[in-house]
Design a protein around this ligand. Structure first.
Ligand SMILES: C[S@@+](CC[C@H](N)C(=O)[O-])C[C@H]1O[C@@H](n2cnc3c(N)ncnc32)[C@H](O)[C@@H]1O
Length: 258
């Protein structure tokens, strides 16, 4: 019977600086750490003396067997890119482990993108809904939703794991948004080579040129570390009227709580 905990730690987009205090404390307890590439490097100072295993090199069954073996003697950590909230492949392990699994929230890729851009991704009067999506997961059935259907004025679209050629992606988005809408490409956030390009749907393809931010030319079919954000909120600015409206109608009457 192994009663040690398995910690699924939100590790942020890449740099150890975005690990939470809770995550750091859990990691410290663990002698074995499942760390996807390149976390074994970027988290190196927190992994000294620990056994480091790359989860994506194991089959599900082999990983489960290895995990149970290690849990007999030590708590085990998984460093989860971003965190579990969106597009994380670790759910099956967490479900099987039940109360032995502990999930620790972290800083998602989208949170770091927002901080780099210094923009909230919804903005009253500009953006009335935010949709997180990926062309990889929308499905290929005739009635599957398309990016073109999700794209519309007033929507902020956050696109993970793009696998569409950039001209095709932009054309789909333009059919819902029109061409004069801002789009930001965030590549390798928190990692060496971080690149952020803000353009419009009309100008993005030219601005990117022949740079491959989506692993189209590299080996394998692995999603690139590139997040796309589309919507008017990226370049909109606001004055203080919304603040004052909330001050008058809400905050003033609630002892300063939001
Ligand atoms: C499987 S999803 C993981 C998302 C993660 N769970 C999160 O909370 O951010 C992988 C996708 O997240 C985005 N991503 C992950 N790390 C990134 C980084 N360092 N820079 C930019 N995008 C990143 C990319 O869209 C990538 O294809």
């Amino acid at each position: 019977m192994n009663l040690h905990k398995a910690y699924f730690i939100g590790a942020g987009p890449g740099a150890a600086d975005h690990l939470t205090l809770l995550g750091a404390r859990a990691l410290q307890e663990c002698a074995t750490v499942f760390a996807p590439v390149p976390y074994e490097t970027t988290f190196a100072s927190l992994l000294v003396g620990k056994e480091i295993l790359v989860p994506f090199l194991f089959s599900f069954e082999d990983l489960l067997a290895t995990l149970h073996d290690r849990l007999a003697t030590t708590p085990v950590a998984f460093l989860i890119p971003g965190d579990l909230t969106f597009y994380s492949p670790f759910q099956a392990f967490i479900d099987l482990l039940g109360s032995q699994a502990v999930v620790i929230p972290g800083v998602g890729t989208v949170n770091v993108a927002s901080s780099r851009l210094k923009k909230t991704l919804d903005l009253p009067g500009v953006c009335n809904r935010t949709i997180l999506t990926s062309p990889r997961t929308l499905g290929n059935a005739p009635d599957s939703p398309t990016l073109a259907q999700l794209a519309a004025p007033g929507v902020t679209l956050i696109i993970y794991m793009n696998n569409l050629p950039l001209p095709q992606l932009v054309d789909e988005l333009k059919s819902g948004y029109g061409g004069d809408v801002p789009i930001t490409l965030c590549h390798r956030l928190d990692l060496p080579g971080e690149t952020i390009i803000t353009a419009t749907l009309d100008s993005l393809v030219e601005q990117v040129g022949d740079r491959d931010f989506f692993n189209f030319t590299g080996p394998g079919n692995r999603p690139a570390l590139t997040l796309l954000i589309v919507g008017e909120t990226l370049t909109a600015t606001v004055d203080g009227s919304w603040w004052n409206f909330r001050h008058e109608t809400l905050w003033r009457h609630s002892a300063g709580q939001e």
